[in-house]
Design a binder for this molecule. Structure first.
Ligand SMILES: Cc1cc2nc3c(=O)[nH]c(=O)nc-3n(C[C@H](O)[C@H](O)[C@H](O)COP(=O)(O)O)c2cc1C
Length: 159
Protein backbone atom coordinates (compact mmCIF):
# COMPACT_ATOMS: atom_id res chain seq x y z
CA UNK A 1 0.00 0.00 0.00
CA UNK A 2 1.30 3.46 -0.82
CA UNK A 3 -0.25 6.86 -0.20
CA UNK A 4 0.40 10.21 -1.85
CA UNK A 5 -0.05 13.24 0.38
CA UNK A 6 -0.49 16.16 -1.99
CA UNK A 7 -0.38 19.57 -0.32
CA UNK A 8 -0.38 23.25 -1.15
CA UNK A 9 1.20 25.33 1.59
CA UNK A 10 2.07 29.02 1.61
CA UNK A 11 4.11 29.30 4.79
CA UNK A 12 4.70 25.66 5.71
CA UNK A 13 1.89 24.66 8.08
CA UNK A 14 0.02 22.44 5.62
CA UNK A 15 3.33 20.72 4.90
CA UNK A 16 3.97 20.27 8.64
CA UNK A 17 0.51 18.70 9.00
CA UNK A 18 1.19 16.46 5.97
CA UNK A 19 4.35 15.24 7.74
CA UNK A 20 2.38 14.61 10.95
CA UNK A 21 -0.24 12.61 9.05
CA UNK A 22 2.48 10.69 7.22
CA UNK A 23 4.18 9.74 10.50
CA UNK A 24 0.89 8.21 11.73
CA UNK A 25 0.19 6.10 8.64
CA UNK A 26 1.67 2.64 8.26
CA UNK A 27 1.62 2.88 4.44
CA UNK A 28 4.59 3.91 2.31
CA UNK A 29 3.98 7.64 1.84
CA UNK A 30 5.14 10.22 -0.66
CA UNK A 31 4.67 13.92 0.09
CA UNK A 32 4.05 15.98 -3.03
CA UNK A 33 4.26 19.79 -3.05
CA UNK A 34 1.73 20.97 -5.64
CA UNK A 35 3.63 24.27 -5.95
CA UNK A 36 6.65 22.37 -7.31
CA UNK A 37 4.98 19.40 -8.98
CA UNK A 38 1.81 20.72 -10.58
CA UNK A 39 0.94 17.44 -12.37
CA UNK A 40 1.83 14.61 -9.99
CA UNK A 41 1.52 11.04 -11.30
CA UNK A 42 -1.33 10.09 -9.02
CA UNK A 43 -1.91 6.79 -10.84
CA UNK A 44 1.14 5.44 -8.98
CA UNK A 45 -0.65 5.54 -5.62
CA UNK A 46 -3.24 3.29 -3.97
CA UNK A 47 -4.69 6.11 -1.87
CA UNK A 48 -4.44 9.89 -1.83
CA UNK A 49 -4.60 12.58 0.84
CA UNK A 50 -5.01 16.20 -0.20
CA UNK A 51 -4.34 19.24 2.00
CA UNK A 52 -4.43 23.00 1.54
CA UNK A 53 -4.75 26.14 3.65
CA UNK A 54 -7.30 28.95 3.80
CA UNK A 55 -6.61 32.65 3.20
CA UNK A 56 -9.40 35.23 3.39
CA UNK A 57 -11.97 32.45 3.47
CA UNK A 58 -10.76 30.70 0.37
CA UNK A 59 -8.25 28.00 -0.57
CA UNK A 60 -5.64 27.76 -3.29
CA UNK A 61 -6.90 28.00 -6.88
CA UNK A 62 -4.16 25.59 -7.93
CA UNK A 63 -5.46 22.95 -5.54
CA UNK A 64 -9.02 23.48 -6.78
CA UNK A 65 -7.86 23.07 -10.40
CA UNK A 66 -5.86 19.98 -9.49
CA UNK A 67 -8.94 18.40 -7.90
CA UNK A 68 -11.23 19.34 -10.77
CA UNK A 69 -8.76 18.15 -13.43
CA UNK A 70 -8.40 14.76 -11.75
CA UNK A 71 -11.85 14.36 -10.28
CA UNK A 72 -12.83 11.05 -11.90
CA UNK A 73 -9.58 9.37 -10.91
CA UNK A 74 -9.67 10.79 -7.38
CA UNK A 75 -13.23 9.54 -6.96
CA UNK A 76 -12.08 6.03 -7.83
CA UNK A 77 -9.51 5.93 -4.99
CA UNK A 78 -9.64 6.07 -1.18
CA UNK A 79 -9.09 9.76 -0.45
CA UNK A 80 -8.74 12.05 2.56
CA UNK A 81 -9.20 15.83 2.46
CA UNK A 82 -7.99 18.39 4.97
CA UNK A 83 -7.63 22.11 5.33
CA UNK A 84 -5.43 24.18 7.61
CA UNK A 85 -6.68 27.47 8.95
CA UNK A 86 -7.08 29.60 12.05
CA UNK A 87 -10.86 29.96 12.04
CA UNK A 88 -12.16 29.17 15.53
CA UNK A 89 -15.89 28.62 14.93
CA UNK A 90 -16.74 25.04 14.04
CA UNK A 91 -19.51 26.01 11.60
CA UNK A 92 -17.14 28.31 9.71
CA UNK A 93 -14.39 25.68 9.78
CA UNK A 94 -16.81 23.26 8.10
CA UNK A 95 -17.76 25.91 5.53
CA UNK A 96 -14.08 26.52 4.73
CA UNK A 97 -13.52 22.78 4.27
CA UNK A 98 -16.59 22.54 2.04
CA UNK A 99 -15.49 25.52 -0.08
CA UNK A 100 -11.99 24.11 -0.55
CA UNK A 101 -12.95 20.90 -2.39
CA UNK A 102 -15.51 19.81 -4.99
CA UNK A 103 -18.69 18.38 -3.45
CA UNK A 104 -18.23 15.09 -5.33
CA UNK A 105 -14.88 14.57 -3.59
CA UNK A 106 -16.18 15.62 -0.18
CA UNK A 107 -18.97 13.05 -0.52
CA UNK A 108 -16.51 10.33 -1.48
CA UNK A 109 -13.75 11.12 1.06
CA UNK A 110 -13.04 8.54 3.79
CA UNK A 111 -11.94 11.34 6.06
CA UNK A 112 -12.26 15.13 5.89
CA UNK A 113 -11.19 17.52 8.62
CA UNK A 114 -10.27 21.07 9.49
CA UNK A 115 -6.89 20.56 11.15
CA UNK A 116 -6.14 24.00 12.60
CA UNK A 117 -3.14 26.12 11.72
CA UNK A 118 -0.48 28.57 12.78
CA UNK A 119 0.18 32.27 12.61
CA UNK A 120 3.96 32.54 12.40
CA UNK A 121 4.58 36.27 12.11
CA UNK A 122 8.22 36.01 11.02
CA UNK A 123 7.18 33.94 7.97
CA UNK A 124 4.65 36.54 6.79
CA UNK A 125 5.05 39.56 4.60
CA UNK A 126 4.27 43.05 5.90
CA UNK A 127 0.64 43.05 4.73
CA UNK A 128 -0.12 39.59 6.10
CA UNK A 129 1.37 40.61 9.46
CA UNK A 130 -0.82 43.71 9.52
CA UNK A 131 -3.96 41.67 8.79
CA UNK A 132 -3.12 39.02 11.38
CA UNK A 133 -2.34 41.62 14.04
CA UNK A 134 -5.73 43.14 13.36
CA UNK A 135 -7.86 39.98 13.19
CA UNK A 136 -6.06 37.91 15.81
CA UNK A 137 -5.31 40.98 17.96
CA UNK A 138 -1.82 39.73 18.73
CA UNK A 139 1.76 40.55 17.90
CA UNK A 140 2.93 37.06 18.81
CA UNK A 141 2.91 33.87 16.75
CA UNK A 142 0.08 31.43 17.54
CA UNK A 143 0.37 27.66 17.16
CA UNK A 144 -3.02 26.01 16.85
CA UNK A 145 -2.60 22.78 14.88
CA UNK A 146 -5.44 20.51 16.03
CA UNK A 147 -3.68 17.27 17.01
CA UNK A 148 -6.91 15.62 18.14
CA UNK A 149 -8.46 16.18 14.71
CA UNK A 150 -5.30 14.85 13.03
CA UNK A 151 -5.72 11.62 15.00
CA UNK A 152 -9.41 11.43 14.02
CA UNK A 153 -8.51 12.12 10.39
CA UNK A 154 -5.94 9.31 10.33
CA UNK A 155 -8.24 6.86 12.16
CA UNK A 156 -11.03 7.43 9.65
CA UNK A 157 -8.64 7.24 6.72
CA UNK A 158 -7.22 3.84 7.66
CA UNK A 159 -10.60 2.26 8.51
C1 LIG B 1 -3.52 37.11 5.60
C2 LIG B 1 -4.06 35.86 6.19
C3 LIG B 1 -5.41 35.54 6.02
C4 LIG B 1 -5.93 34.36 6.59
N1 LIG B 1 -7.26 34.07 6.42
C5 LIG B 1 -7.77 32.93 6.99
C6 LIG B 1 -9.16 32.62 6.85
O1 LIG B 1 -9.95 33.30 6.20
N2 LIG B 1 -9.61 31.50 7.47
C7 LIG B 1 -8.80 30.67 8.20
O2 LIG B 1 -9.28 29.66 8.73
N3 LIG B 1 -7.48 30.95 8.32
C8 LIG B 1 -6.94 32.05 7.75
N4 LIG B 1 -5.60 32.33 7.84
C9 LIG B 1 -4.76 31.40 8.60
C10 LIG B 1 -3.97 30.44 7.68
O3 LIG B 1 -4.84 29.57 7.03
C11 LIG B 1 -2.99 29.68 8.61
O4 LIG B 1 -1.96 30.58 8.97
C12 LIG B 1 -2.43 28.40 8.01
O5 LIG B 1 -1.73 27.73 9.04
C13 LIG B 1 -1.52 28.66 6.83
O6 LIG B 1 -1.06 27.45 6.32
P1 LIG B 1 0.11 27.41 5.23
O7 LIG B 1 1.35 27.94 5.87
O8 LIG B 1 0.26 25.95 4.90
O9 LIG B 1 -0.33 28.20 4.04
C14 LIG B 1 -5.07 33.49 7.30
C15 LIG B 1 -3.71 33.81 7.42
C16 LIG B 1 -3.20 34.97 6.89
C17 LIG B 1 -1.74 35.27 7.04
Amino acid sequence: MNTAIIYYSKHGTTLKVAQMISSKLSTENTLIDLKINTTPEIEKYDSIIIGCSVYAGTSSKKMKSFCNNNIEYLKSKPIGLYVCGMEKEEIKQREELERAYPLELLEKAKSKQFLGGEFILENMNFFERMIVKKIAKTDKSILAINHENIDKFVEEFIL
